[in-house]
Design a protein around this ligand. Structure first.
Ligand code: BGC
Length: 252
């Protein structure tokens, strides 16, 4: 029987979830999505995630969750594009109490990276491999010989007058109505910066904008291999589910 697990991905624009086959890395149910309210608090987000649990009739069963924040031992430790009340909030324990089920929490980009490690573009890459998610913020999952170095937060790197998140996110492209050429130029500068600092063997672009890779690929002039995520924007949901599955597998 397929290993079935619910994965939920809390993002800047949407809270998305689906039941995932964690052996194959595919969705087994509809992908449910609710908009993320502005300045979402952890309790708001958990209540919306609970709607997904109910919609998919997953009550009482283990859940994997991804959040747009640094995560240490089930607690979110940063809040760049979300309400400051996330800092120090025990998301894993709170969701687990409300759902009356085991919950495993990962940073959203780390979750997407784990999904690509098992089923996509990170698989089989030795040396340094970096997945970046370009959405409301920039997330990163950094691997060394296929081992995840969690919470790397490479969107925080200094760039021009600010940080990379001020230039290379899909949010900036949409809000400032930037052409693919201008935005692709910013992304190129960011990728060059990653190249100089980390010498990665491969960079994977994840998040909604990875579906439009053909529109900006021509503006990326680094020497690096840069590819869109294979699981497209389902990587976050699939990886969140895999986080819980990995935890269960360890204890069986
Ligand atoms: C957060 C990261 C997150 C990324 C993508 C950033 O603003 O600091 O933790 O992975 O957004 O959601």
């Amino acid at each position: 029987m397929a290993a079935r697990m619910l994965g939920i991905d809390i993002g800047g624009t949407g809270i998305k979830g689906a039941i995932v086959d964690t052996d194959k890395g595919i969705l087994l149910s509809d992908r449910i999505k609710y908009p993320t309210p502005k300045n979402v608090t952890p309790i708001n987000a958990i209540n919306i995630a609970m709607k997904i649990v109910k919609d998919l009739e997953w009550e009482g069963r283990p859940i994997g969750l991804g959040c747009p924040a640094v995560v240490r031992e089930g607690v979110t430790m940063s809040a760049t594009n979300i309400d400051k009340s996330w800092i120090g909030f025990p998301v894993e324990r709170s969701f687990s109490e409300i759902a009356e089920a085991d919950v495993s929490l990962l940073n959203d980009a780390d979750a997407a990276g784990l999904a690509e490690l098992s089923f996509g573009e990170v698989k089989g890459v030795f040396g340094v491999c970096i997945l970046i998610t370009l959405g409301t913020g920039i997330g990163s999952a950094t691997f060394v010989d296929g081992v995840l170095v969690p919470n790397t937060e490479l969107g925080m790197l200094k760039m021009r007058d600010g940080i990379a998140e001020d230039y290379a996110t899909n949010r900036v492209r949409e809000e400032l109505d930037l052409s693919w050429k201008v935005w692709g130029g910013y992304l190129n500068d960011y990728l060059k910066h990653l190249e100089v600092l980390f010498s990665p063997n491969k960079i994977i672009i994840s998040g909604g904008v990875c579906k439009k890779f053909v529109k900006y690929e021509q503006y990326l002039r680094t020497k690096l291999e840069v590819v869109p995520a294979k699981l497209l924007n389902n990587a976050g949901i699939i990886g969140a589910a895999m986080g819980m599955q990995r935890r269960l597998d360890k204890f069986i």
